[in-house]
Design a binder for this molecule. Structure first.
Ligand code: DHB
Ligand code: MG
Length: 219
């Protein structure tokens, strides 16, 4: 059954978004391959793309690729010489993503690294790289670690977006035994200590239920 949030998503998509055969194909292929339905929604993908365009980002780091839906949505928002690095720990999932990325026509802008995100981040830190825009959307257990590494990969003006910071409100439970909730709460406690960073969060509802994104900008 379509709940009101999913129905509203559909209405907003119909009115605000263009037909998007590229992302639609990725969505269908990801579902057919049995990937978990955790990709961002079309409206959320456009929100990320909009932030990239508004900020003039040229380099994007995505932590957690899944089927490549958000990677393609973000890479598409970059200027032609823009580059996006994305990480995927699961080799079978990465294979699906690679096919989706190649099929999108934006493969030349996307560098998919297969392996643990922490390893990829530490490699990028060691290489002295920085990114204009970072999207944290991998395992929530490491949410704090990704934000901490992400800040090392940021420069003044870089934007960091962290997905899934509400989880249906489960994040309110300080005594939760759920590792993902503990991970998000650790990230929030760390975020509270950050200085010289603009911070906010948006609670979201929609086809994926009740969740939210935190948004940071390095001063
Ligand atoms: C989960 C992960 C996500 O990235 C998401 O957007 C929704 C749910 C999860 O692991 O439950
Ligand atoms: Mg997510």
């Amino acid at each position: 059954m379509l709940d009101i949030h999913a129905a509203m998503d559909q209405y907003l998509e119909q009115n605000l978004l263009q037909d998007d055969p590229i992302l639609e194909k990725i969505s269908q292929a990801s579902e057919a391959a049995g990937l978990v339905p955790h990709a961002v929604t079309p409206l959320q993908a456009e929100f990320l793309a909009l932030l990239i365009r508004i900020s003039g980002a040229r380099t994007v780091l995505e932590i957690g690729c899944l089927g490549g839906y958000s990677a393609v949505a973000m890479a598409r928002a970059l200027p032609e010489d823009g580059q996006l690095v994305t990480t995927e720990i699961d080799t079978r999932t990465a294979g699906v993503a690679e096919d989706n990325i190649t099929g999108s026509g934006f493969g030349d802008r996307i560098d998919l690294r297969v392996g643990p995100a922490m390893q990829v981040l530490d490699d990028e830190i060691a290489a002295g790289r920085t990114f204009d825009f970072i999207f944290i959307d991998a395992d929530k257990v490491n949410h704090k670690n990704y934000l901490e590494r992400g800040l090392k990969l940021a420069r003044t003006g870089s934007i960091i977006v962290a997905d899934n910071i509400v989880r249906g409100g489960a994040v309110l439970d300080a005594g939760s035994a759920e590792n993902s909730v503990k991970g998000v709460r650790a990230m929030m406690a760390y975020a509270a200590t950050l200085e010289e960073v603009d911070k906010t969060a948006l609670q979201t509802v929609g086809a994926k239920g009740y969740d939210g994104m935190a948004i940071f900008r390095v001063r």
